[in-house]
Design a protein around this ligand. Structure first.
Ligand code: AMP
Ligand code: FE
Ligand code: FE
Ligand code: ZN
Length: 275
């Protein structure tokens, strides 16, 4: 029987709202038995739920979503099937979590100046010791009644270029590639439809050493999927996919909407077999 995968999910260890166990249970309810929890800059969910995943027959892939800068564009790259105990990876992710924290506080301060009274403590609680991100700030703004939704917080205040937006530190692409390859893993370009001039960007990233493209994603339409599938195949790269579930933070990106047949993700499964 063919197994199905969701290789892009988030938990409360970054900017999602679900517990790792909820992700595993929900995946199983949708007939998905290969799961990557790809929290931003954080592997905590993997360590928290690996034993449970094993016990219910779910193959849990070590994963993380890395924010990279490519000529000023924020490009997200998904790292998969690397050694979860690699110390260099752990150190880099910890450093990025640290800078996310500082930047989150700076955004709270900026919001104060703009007349929005949310507290550092509340944002800290929402981030729950994991990788702090703008969605935590957005939720604090919703709670205080300043905006009606997380989406509105991004639109009015914290989206790129908006009054309370502060940039965060990001990987250089060659740096992300060498770090993850050295730890035995592979990389995929997340939600390729999100980037300006993606038709040029995606081939450039593949030629820079990225191994795959996430063509199965709620924000990638049929036409874009066909385009990026051809771009990847032409270069002997492979395809990945996932729901990008963040729990209640995002509506459209929901676990169960994307199911990738195992035959497509051979390079990841091969690495898992050798880990
Ligand atoms: P950060 O990594 O702190 O810059 O925050 C970026 C994260 O915010 C992304 O990973 C998404 O999960 C989320 N995000 C970005 N834009 C929106 C939006 N318009 N509505 C809700 N969430 C968003
Ligand atoms: Fe996110
Ligand atoms: Fe992303
Ligand atoms: Zn994501």
């Amino acid at each position: 029987m063919t197994r199905y995968a969701d290789l892009h999910t988030h938990t409360y260890h970054s900017d999602g709202t679900r517990a790792p166990r909820e992700v595993i249970d929900l995946a199983r309810a949708h007939g998905i038995t290969i799961v990557a929890i790809s929290d931003h800059d954080n592997l905590a969910a993997f360590f928290e739920i690996k034993t449970y995943a094993d016990s219910v027959g779910v193959l849990l892939i070590p994963a993380a979503e890395l924010s990279c800068a490519v000529d000023g564009v924020d490009v997200h790259v998904l790292a998969y099937a690397f050694d979860a105990f690699d110390e260099r990876v752990a150190a880099r992710l910890a450093a990025f979590r640290e800078t996310r924290h500082t930047r989150g506080y700076r955004m709270v301060d900026r919001l104060h100046v703009l007349g929005y009274d949310i507290s550092r403590d509340r944002v800290d609680q929402l981030a729950a010791g994991g990788a702090m991100g703008r969605p935590h700030i957005a939720r604090a703004l919703v709670e205080k009644g300043y905006v009606r939704s997380v989406a509105e917080a991004f639109d009015l205040l914290i989206g790129t270029g908006k009054p309370a937006f502060i940039d965060k530190e990001r990987f250089r692409i060659d740096d992300a590639v060498s770090l993850i390859h050295a730890a035995g893993g592979v990389l995929s370009i997340a939600h390729p439809a999100h980037y300006p001039d993606a038709e040029t960007l995606v081939p450039t990233l593949l030629d820079a050493g990225i191994d795959a493209v996430e063509v199965f994603h709620p924000d990638v339409n049929d036409a874009a999927r066909e385009t990026f599938t051809n771009v990847a195949r032409f270069r002997n790269k492979f395809l990945t996919g996932g729901s990008d579930d963040h729990g209640t933070v995002k509506a459209k990106e929901t676990l169960g909407t994307v199911r990738v047949p195992e035959a497509l993700i051979g390079p990841i499964l091969e690495r898992m077999a050798s880990l």
